[in-house]
Design a protein around this ligand. Structure first.
Ligand code: ATP
Ligand code: MG
Length: 401
């Protein structure tokens, strides 16, 4: 690579956090997965790249480092990403690139700090290295102040085994664990705000995800299924390179049956949620998933009281993960905005089956009696045989027959 002073060669430096805590074999496995995830998304975007993995870092070389960094900053398992200039390891190499970069960002009156780190012995320790480069920047731009606690501008200089690097920005990435390292979960995905956040948090914790949406037909608001597909499409940007599948199951017959069998309307929500879990549990094996994830939250709506959650959970033996159970709505909305799933004009998402007075403490025996009247197992079986798939890859959507 060319290291000319005007246009230095660059690399993208990737930091991963928690992976550090793992034992060597686990770390190797996780980093391998992370490299595959990064490679898949860069290839899908048509970006040439090459990796190096010096201790504790992943380096990505390629002709479009800024674009590579922007894409990588959405990948789970990564803490932050920096586009770095590659320099020699001599003081004058590091210093001249630091001065060049800092001069493009600093103006009179601004404060700055140099953060220096050195893996390789230079004859100087890190502090001395920082001080010398700081002096060079100070001399090059008039009117600066050094402030090591709260600087307006920070520049990082590192001397590593593979060479010198200089950079001044750290693009925050989501952290967590690489997609797929924790096995697969089936996420009950609605048109709402909560379940997309629950899905994102599951992906963040290393789960591969399959989405499951229940289409209540005439009982659902007219925009519900489209909004759920949109949630699915937006979430696929967070696992780009890995296909994200959405299974759509029709549960209109359940609501028709509850009306025909005159099931007490106050039990509709609990029976509906138990039905969703049953369908999910029935599909787990097909998807190779180990647990069901929902966006349920303690006390948010009538069906989400503790007594109701106990009755709902009783429907299946599969593990149910509720990442948002203790979140305030505001906390969930903040994440939804950040991850791009919050919609200010969501359309008609009202559920027409919700009764005026839903039960807040359903009695399990009564619920089970209602379900046997409904022949719930037959309804579950028939719903599971008429499913639709939508696969989103790199935020583009590919409907499957
Ligand atoms: P959300 O909770 O996702 O904002 P919501 O408020 O419309 O949607 P709730 O009644 O709170 O739905 O449902 C609790 C959970 O049940 C949801 O978080 C979601 O995991 C699941 N769920 C609700 N409706 C559907 C649906 N139509 N398809 C799949 N899952 C659903
Ligand atoms: Mg909800």
């Amino acid at each position: 690579m060319d290291c000319g002073a005007e246009d230095p060669a660059k690399l993208v430096m990737v930091r991963y956090g928690e992976l550090f805590l793992k034992s060597e074999p686990v770390k190797r496995h996780f980093i391998g997965r992370l490299l595959r995830n990064i490679g898949k998304v860069l290839s899908a975007e048509g970006l040439d790249h090459r990796f190096a993995t010096p201790r504790g870092r992943i380096l990505v070389y390629g002709p479009e480092p800024e674009k590579i960094a922007e894409i990588i900053a959405r990948i789970f398992g990564i803490v932050d990403v920096s586009v770095c200039s590659i320099t020699g390891t001599r003081l004058e190499d590091l210093s001249s690139e630091a001065v060049r970069l800092a001069s493009t960002r600093l103006f009179a009156g601004m404060s700055f700090a140099v953060r220096a780190k050195r893996q390789q012995k230079l004859g100087l320790d890190s502090q001395e290295l920082g001080a010398l480069i700081g002096s060079a920047i100070y001399a090059a731009v008039p009117g600066l102040r050094v402030d090591l606690s709260h600087p307006d501008y920070e520049i990082f200089v590192e001397v590593r085994d593979f060479g010198g690097i200089v950079y001044d920005s750290r693009i925050p990435a989501p952290g967590g664990l690489p997609w797929g390292t924790q096995g697969r979960v089936l996420v009950l995905l609605s048109s709402g705000i909560d379940s997309p956040v629950a899905s994102w948090l599951s992906m963040k914790r290393g789960c591969a995800v399959t989405h499951l949406h229940m289409d209540a037909g005439r009982w659902a608001g007219s925009d519900v299924t489209e909004a759920a597909i949109e949630n699915h499409r937006r979430l696929s940007r967070w696992c780009a390179g890995n296909p994200l599948s959405l299974i759509i199951v029709n549960n209109e017959p359940l609501f028709n049956a509850m009306q025909e069998e005159r099931i007490p309307p106050r039990y509709r929500c609990v029976i509906c949620k138990r039905f969703m879990l049953r369908v999910a549990a029935r599909l787990l094996g097909n998807e190779g998933a180990l647990a069901i994830v929902t966006g349920e939250n303690l006390g948010q709506v009538a069906s989400q009281t503790l007594p109701n959650l106990a009755v709902i959970s009783e429907a299946v033996t599969a593990p149910i993960i509720r990442p948002l159970i203790t979140y305030d709505k505001e906390e969930t909305v903040t994440i939804a905005r950040r991850i791009g799933t919050f919609d200010t004009h969501p359309g008609d998402l009202a559920c027409r089956a919700v009764p005026g007075m839903p039960s807040t403490a359903a009695v399990l025996e009564e619920v089970k009696e209602a379900e046997s009247k409904l022949r719930i197992d037959v309804l579950v079986e028939s719903s599971c045989t008429h499913v639709r798939f939508v696969t989103a890859l790199n935020s583009g959507i590919r409907p499957e027959p």
